[in-house]
Design a protein around this ligand. Structure first.
Ligand SMILES: [Zn+2]
Length: 100
């Protein structure tokens, strides 16, 4: 299933998670604590593109857990402090996992 908005949101959440050095388990636990039960495996499936869409509840609570808002994730680019979203050609950023 082609779900371009979910795909973009998942990529941004993953980058934020890596920038803030939050493990998948820690984010899953934080979102669960905020009221939407998520397992590390579910998160891995979303990040791995094996499930095409994410629930809006997850977006809102994951954003909160990562110190931002769903609005910012939907509307603003994620700026990685290491590569500023622009890894050198042929390289993958170690902080956000982004590639050029
Ligand atoms: Zn980066």
């Amino acid at each position: 299933m082609n779900a371009p908005i979910s795909t973009e949101v998942i990529a941004k959440l993953r980058a934020l998670r890596q920038i803030h050095k939050v493990s998948a388990q820690k984010l899953a636990d934080a979102v669960t604590d905020l009221g939407f039960p998520v397992s590390r495996a579910m998160l891995a499936n979303w990040e791995g593109g094996r499930k095409g869409t994410i629930p809006v509840d997850f977006l809102v609570l994951a954003a909160k857990a990562l110190g931002t808002t769903a609005e910012a994730i939907l509307n603003e680019p994620v700026f990685c402090p290491t590569c500023r979203g622009d890894a050198p050609a042929g390289f993958t950023c170690n902080t956000c996992g982004g590639a050029s």
